[in-house]
Write a protein that binds this ligand. Sequence first.
Ligand code: ARG
Length: 455
Amino acid sequence: MWGGRFSGKPAELMQAINVSIGFDKRLAAQDLAGSRAHAAMLRKAGVISSEDEAAIQGGLAQIEAEIAAGTFPFRDEYEDIHMNVEARLRELIGPAAGRLHTARSRNDQVALDFRMWVRDACDRTAAQIKALQRALLAKAEAHAGTVMPGFTHLQPAQPVTFGHHLMAYVEMFGRDADRFADARTRMNESPLGAAALAGSPFPIDRQMTAEALGFARPTANSLDSVADRDFALESLAAASICATHLSRLAEEIVIWMTPQFGFVKLSDAFTTGSSIMPQKKNPDAAELVRAKAGRMLASFTQLSVVMKGLPLTYSKDMQEDKVPTFEAFDALELSLLAMAGMVADLEPNADAMAKAAGAGFSTATDLADWLVRELDLPFRDAHHVTGAAVKRAETLGCDLAGLPLGELQALDGRISAAIYDVLTPQASVASRRSYGGTAPDQVRAQVERWKEKLA
Ligand code: ARG
């Protein structure tokens, strides 16, 4: 491939460490699209003849067909996808193939291909995030009024509704989708035409290839064009954050599925059995989603470490950008699909949730708020009185709603029976009508807002 400069062959170990076709064959579609646009532009710019362009386009079409049919010969001796395509093109159309690489280098070629691959991955991911959000919305709507305990420190805090809890994830995944969209906007500039690093002496039209490939514009600095991988880093950062959200939801499903919680059930479709313990139904899919977050985070770290300290412009180190990126998106896409499936499958046990929602003196804040509202106590004093009420209930072995009025009046003689109205979990959630609060009406309003947003 290197023409006159080399007389010897690479050592086997050189080839072993250098070869990338095993993984960069995943860039085949992007490589062909880039070559097509480049050939059309070279012809229009008068750099190659119409006959040569026609031959090149015909050859590229045949290569595309061979790849689709699984007959394309991916060969290690041609190192990577770019040279594999070019070598095959030469076999198919002869010397005209050699004109395709005019005003182009593998440096801008790989920057282009990889950018387009990441752009596609961001688009697919954004669509999958939306599908997951829709699954969450449907469950949230059905359970806008289903009370459950809200937790801080994984200790019962205040009652919330299951719908509200699920809507929290709709918000998180909404920001994730926005992050992918932002990353896409920033990466949507075409590096093609930067050539090796300095630009090209040929009268190329970078605007034309940028447009043909769906980019907003060409990149403005040729060095940056071939040296930049922050489009991949940014996408991997977005993927890591999204995976973090997925793993939190996965963890909650695992917790909720335990018999001790018993908040939700997953069907046989999303659970596995045990080879020894016949009673088991394990939330393996949730556990795997929880674990796969490690891949996205590792990939971000991996590529950051590859790029850190690299001098401008291209170095072969950058060939190591692809595997972590492919792995991260494969894992993320599978996780998003599996999570959407699990969410749709998830059946809450409303009774168990309601029971738990009332436990742990979860309406203590409601009691304190009542003292503030009705008796005009400063909140700090109300907090103190309520703490004493909780202590008393604990001693008597009852919950707050079970405390006799006399007990409450011993703490403050002005307390009336009306206080019991705020001590149930249902009353507690219904009262939290502030914007974004857990009151079922608020939850439904947010569901509507999101439905419109996702429509
Ligand atoms: N396979 C290479 C990569 O993935 C393509 C670019 C090679 N460029 C070079 N100057 N060796 O980075």
